[in-house]
Design a protein around this ligand. Sequence first.
Ligand SMILES: Cc1cc2nc3c(=O)[nH]c(=O)nc-3n(C[C@H](O)[C@H](O)[C@H](O)COP(=O)(O)OP(=O)(O)OC[C@H]3O[C@@H](n4cnc5c(N)ncnc54)[C@H](O)[C@@H]3O)c2cc1C
Length: 338
Amino acid sequence: MSSPLFQSRPLLLLKPTRKIFSLSHPQNNSLNRSPSTHSRNGLTFLRHKKLLTDLSTWGIGGPCNHFVQVFEQTQLVSAIRYCKENSLRFMIIGKGSNCLFDDLGYDGCVILNRIEFLEKIEHGVYRVGSGYPFNRLGVQSATEGLSGLEFAAGIPGTVGGAAFMNAGANGQETGDAIDTMEIITCEGEFQMLNRGDLRFGYRSSVCQDMKNLAAITAVTFRLNNLESARDRQLEYLERRKQSQPLRERSAGSVFRNPSDLGVSAAELIERSGLKGFKIGGAMVSNKHANFFINCGGASSQDMLELIGLVKKTVYQKFGVKLKEEVLYVHPYIEDTNL
Ligand SMILES: Cc1cc2nc3c(=O)[nH]c(=O)nc-3n(C[C@H](O)[C@H](O)[C@H](O)COP(=O)(O)OP(=O)(O)OC[C@H]3O[C@@H](n4cnc5c(N)ncnc54)[C@H](O)[C@@H]3O)c2cc1C
């Protein structure tokens, strides 16, 4: 298994009410058992204790069946092997800043990546643990007069999440700065992917298509000298502050920008009159129409309904089918279509 991606199925299927699950879902009980803790190979697994709401910038999500934090690559391999041996579905997460978790939780094991080392291989070449904060890396490199990751300041994810999503802004993308990527396969083997093996597109990476990818463990970046890198970064940050609701709980842009239309998703949503539109605790931001915020107690259902409604309205008004950038993590079903 790798990471579950957003489901483009009809919203009806995305609406597992508690009643339906409590009556008919075979695995229903697995998300409702009493909390416990157990250790294995130095790792502590929490069962039915950890809430996904604490693991996502949106602050939405129910309990995970199993939860474990990993601080080293060897621990990550152990966690993956444990999941395999116990036939547990699993997903690795960084800061949960691009994920919409469900109120019903996650029937499997959530592995929180805290592999945070940074090695300077040579001037401009950094090998970085995949759990390293991406914004910190952006600030450090720009402050050293290196260009390529100026845009990363202000992106609240990890290096692994940024590489997986090919995060980008201001005309820069993560993939452009990546030299090599180290991964673990579902069989628990380490592999090195070289620049030639890596394909990146708009918010997409080869990792999203790799059936046997368990996790990215480290990324090596190659950056160029640019004295003004930090100044450029400060400009980007100022622009972000002016245009994005950074004090609110969001997951960044909900939709990708449509290709070749010369108009952004935010503009289409704004021109549909949806700024400030609210369903339950989920609201289209008044500051940036492609940011949906949890303005207090939003459920996953509120957010899914808002996403569905915005998509439908934009399609009716402009004939444009918006595609989600955020990833919906289904409590029970594995999916790999973005
Ligand atoms: C305020 C705000 C601003 C944002 N601005 C931007 C922006 O300018 N540009 C942009 O592109 N995004 C932006 N985002 C979205 C988000 O921060 C990025 O997509 C980020 O790269 C996600 O990283 P993460 O560690 O939080 O990933 P998560 O949300 O934890 O995970 C996202 C996906 O990546 C997978 N994944 C995570 N780590 C690994 C790993 N080590 N190995 C394999 N798979 C992994 C997960 O399984 C999941 O499928 C913003 C979000 C917020 C809240």
